[in-house]
Design a protein. Sequence first.
Length: 254
Amino acid sequence: MTIPRLTANAAYSTPVRRLSATPEPERLPLRRYTNLWLTTDGRIAEREHMAPALPLFDAAHSAFARGTLITTTRGPVAIEDLLPGDLVDTAAHGPLPVIWIGQITLRPQDIAERSVKLTRIMADAFGIARPMADFLAGPGARILTRPRNLRASIGSDHVLSPAHAMADGMHAFRVTPPCAVTLYHICLRRHALITANGLEVESFHPGAGFEREVGPSMLNLFLSFFPHIHEPHQFGPLAHLRLPLDAPDTLNVA
């Protein structure tokens, strides 16, 4: 019987299965978030954060475009001129002080992302002076509406609906401006309905149980945006029934 000769490379002649490289998880782009807040001694402080572009972070800074008029005790004030400590009129709790303001500037390529929805609601879309002027709303905006197609299921005539869900091509439109847009949101001592350009909208609240949707490190980073908040429950209860920000884009509202 002929014994096969072994060559110097025979020991390595057995095919070796190559392990495919594990794809790296997709990294979220970073955004610059700016926060202003009222300190315990009455001063106004400001801080900038670089953080992943998570919907939770975006929503806290992106309800009202520059130029939106917020109703205060001294009359309508443009959102960019509002400061922590100013008193804002609320629907159920009277004047409440602004505790915190979030700000973000989004570029056209940011707004082109599916999760970043910018909506222009035309003047008088829902009645005279509702809104009183075109209202450019960001992805964090919810507006008090009467969704006819949801009344039976939600058990209420009114609900806070995300602005993008009102886009119908006639009274409201999804838009991608050709230049950067600066957006804002405000936090009060409690969640409340305020008036922006004649529409009832909500002040910022991350939502009940939001802390269960993010990891510990992201939760700590998010809470660091709010120096007056140390635990998630300190945002308090929601003032009104509301739909999630990722609700469908077509709601039959009034």
